[in-house]
Every structure is written in C-alpha cells, then in structure tokens.
Design a binder for this molecule. Structure first.
Ligand code: DC
Length: 232
C-alpha cells in the first residue's frame, strides 16, 4: 500500500481552499479538516456567551473559558467529510454567518486560542492521510507536511465567490459588505503577531483566479499524486 502523506493548504479567505481540499481528501480517501471552522466555532461560543459582540471584545473571558469549549470535527458519512460540533451541537451552518466572519479574525489572533486548536489539529493529523486547510497549516501546524499549497486569487474574485455562496444560502447581504469583510480579514490575518498568514518557503503557490473547479482539482490532484509517488 502507498504511504499516506500530509497535505497543507493555506491562503486568504475565500480562495476556494476548502472546496479543493474536500475534493482531494475524498479522491485519496484522506481525512479533511477545515481548521478555520474550529476558529469559527470558538468565536460562536464567545458570541453566544456575549464575550464578543459588535461593541465588546472580552479576550480574558474567552481565555478563561477555553478549557470548557468543546470543539470537535465529526465525520459525516453522507457528505464524505467532517462537520464542526460545538458542545455536541452541529454548528456548520451558524459558523458561516457574516456576524461570525466579522469577529473570527480577532478571536483567531488570541495566542491561547491558537495553542489549544493547533494541538487538536496536530492530533488529528498525526497518522498522516490528512488534508487540512487554513492559514498556518504549512508553517505552524504541520511544518513538515509533504505537500504545501498556498492558494491565491484576486480580492474581487474571492468576494464575488463568497457573495454568491451566501446569497445562494439565502443570506440578506450586499456585495459591498462581503468585499469589505474579505479585505478586513485579509488585513487582520496577515498582520497579526502570532502565526500570521504567510507563505511557507517550500509551498507551491497556486493562483486559481482563472481556473474553473475541475481544472483546479486536476492540477492539485496531480501535485498530490506526484508527491505520493515520490515518498513511495
Ligand atoms: O478559512 P476561514 O475563512 O473559515 O477562517 C476563518 C478565520 O479563522 C480566518 O479569518 C482566519 C482564521 N484562521 C486562522 O487564523 N488559522 C487557521 N489555520 C484557519 C483560520
């Protein structure tokens, strides 16, 4: 049997990381982990407990509650990938709301939050055979990942994709609001002190601005298969 590898996919928000990561994991029979969803789940917890709102950001309360926040990824057989649970409740839908997106970068900048989630992520990937997407997967979570991909696409293209996604889900939202959020998150994610979004030196840069989903999938799959071949 072929050796399993670890695939890290990083990049700005809405670059299509999770779409391709899911496809690749399914094709290879690997586990897919959406690390951003875990940061979103902690953010949702903080919002529900009123530690975080438009006018309030109680970092200390979040840190104090960390030991009691249960974030898990449970495999959904029908979908073929894992979904995020917060205290045993499936929160996949809620964590994608714009209200959560507007707060998550601040929560993800808290070092204590990162420490707890990175440990869970490393545990999930310890047996390899994992495709994980996020911001610091190739730099911090799995610095020894066999294949690192850094996805990019223009800001406008990413905002359009996100807008379409949210509209299709029935959200009342304008394109301008989505564009503003994408830009804000880019800025916060790239400039925070702890584990900012940066391209790992050994990552393959992958601009998908002009690729459709099939082309993107084929290209990333080829990179993965070549790597699997190379490690034997
Ligand atoms: O991938 P996403 O947009 O769902 O991620 C949500 C937020 O979480 C994003 O603004 C940055 C943060 N994040 C992070 O800091 N580190 C990760 N590994 C994944 C996400």
């Amino acid at each position: 049997m072929r050796k399993k590898i670890t695939i890290a996919i990083d990049g700005h928000s809405s670059t299509g990381k999770s779409t391709v990561a899911k496809q690749i994991a399914k094709e290879l029979g690997y586990i897919y982990v959406d690390s951003g969803a875990m940061y979103r789940a902690v953010t949702l917890y903080a919002m529900r407990n009123l530690f975080v709102s438009k006018s309030n950001f109680n970092k200390e309360a979040i840190i104090r509650h960390l030991p009691f926040i249960k974030v898990e990824i449970k495999f959904n057989k029908e979908l073929g990938y894992g979904e995020v649970y917060l205290d045993d409740e499936n929160v996949e839908k809620e964590i994608r709301y714009l209200e959560v997106s507007q707060q998550v970068s601040k929560v993800a900048a808290i070092p204590e939050v990162r420490k707890v989630l990175v440990e869970i992520q490393q545990e999930m990937g310890k047996n390899k055979g994992v495709v994980m997407d996020g911001r610091d997967i190739g730099t911090v979570v799995f610095p020894d990942a066999d294949l690192k991909i850094f996805m990019t696409a223009s800001t406008e293209r990413r905002a359009k994709r996100r807008y379409k996604e949210l509209k299709e889900r029935g959200d009342e939202i304008t394109y301008e609001e989505v564009l503003k959020n994408v830009k804000e998150r880019d800025y916060l994610d790239s400039t925070r002190e702890v584990s900012p979004l940066i391209q790992a030196e050994d990552a393959v840069e992958f601009d998908n601005s002009l690729l459709d989903l099939d082309e993107q999938f084929e290209k990333v799959l080829k990179l993965a298969k070549d790597k699997i071949e190379a490690v034997g």
